[in-house]
Write a new protein. Structure first.
Length: 303
């Protein structure tokens, strides 16, 4: 199949590479022309230097896959594509968009005849080799026509991807996926901090991660990545403990509140990320001040 990939960041570029290896023709566009040229020279990607050109290089019915930042950038790209595409064409949003936005957008596009598909995509930088996990929402018949693309991107034609429901469901499932990821990562981080804290036992945290990778009930791909991270620097001396969040963890917590579903682990893991960004929090200072006031406990002054 022939399709356009709009957004050639690390993930979009690797998805384009995987598709071309499977025999698809990919027209690529990125806001930075140098990125487009580099990928074209490396892979045989058909370069385009505007959204208009990318669409013009496709034959109807056109398939346009967006891998651009969620929010205003995605909305602006969709508005531009609506003016350029025709009934029967397909827009795929593979970024981390909010599922509410996808439901609203699909409803707004209903009278245009342009199909809209939301694909929650997981796999990161490893997807080029391992394949991508994809959670697909939209019109099932339209998704059926996209199977050659999805099967090429997946770990195997019948593994790691699936149609999960109507418009918005793909990004909803990806949102919950990321919320679970937050909780798993926090549990691993806390457990390994406990191991690392017992200096008297002389525990080799890298060795322990390798033991757990095989046969253990806590083995996982995340544990594989922990083992890789601890290979050369088990004390992680060169890293700061600053952890960003992409937004999907927040949306998961908001949705849990809206649906009256208890999700304490995911919520706490999100707040722990906030905590990681504070070198010396005001709340911590106030806790120390209160203990000093009611119990005379010692406090540490800023030098």
């Amino acid at each position: 199949m022939r399709l356009a990939m709009l957004g050639l960041g690390k993930m979009g570029a690797n998805m384009a590479r995987r598709l071309m290896k499977s025999g698809h023709t990919v027209v690529g566009y990125n806001r930075s022309p140098g990125v487009t040229n580099q990928l074209a020279n490396e892979t045989g990607l058909t370069p385009s230097f505007s959204v208009e050109e990318a669409v013009r290089l496709l034959e109807p019915p056109r398939v346009v896959w967006m891998m651009v930042p969620a929010g205003e950038t995605t909305e602006a790209m969709i508005q531009q594509l609506i003016r350029l595409l025709s009934p029967g064409d397909v827009i795929i949003d593979g970024g981390n968009s909010n599922f509410h936005d996808r439901i609203r957008r699909a409803a707004a596009m209903e009278n245009t005849g342009i199909h809209f598909v939301d694909v929650g995509t997981s796999g990161g930088i490893w997807g080029l080799l391992e394949g991508y996990s994809m959670m697909v929402g939209g019109d099932e018949q339209v998704v059926e026509g996209l199977k050659p693309i999805l099967q090429s991107l997946a770990p195997a034609p019948d593994l790691g991807w699936g149609y999960v429901g109507p418009h918005g469901s793909g990004h909803y499932v990806k949102m919950v996926h990321n919320g679970i990821e937050y909780g798993l990562m926090e549990a691993y981080a806390e457990g390994f901090e406990l191991l690392h804290s017992r200096q008297d036992l002389k525990l080799n945290v890298h060795q322990i991660s390798e033991i757990w990778r095989y046969g253990s009930v806590v083995r996982s791909w995340l544990l594989d990545l922990i083992a890789a991270s601890l290979t050369e620097d088990p004390d992680l001396k060169d890293l700061r403990g600053y952890v960003a969040d992409s937004g999907e963890g927040r949306w998961t917590v908001f949705e849990a509140i809206d649906q009256d579903v208890p999700a304490p682990v995911i919520a706490i893991s999100l707040f722990r990320r906030f905590d990681s960004r504070q070198d010396d929090s005001y709340a911590g200072k106030l806790l120390a001040a209160m203990r000093n006031q009611f119990g005379g406990h010692s406090v540490q002054k800023v030098s």
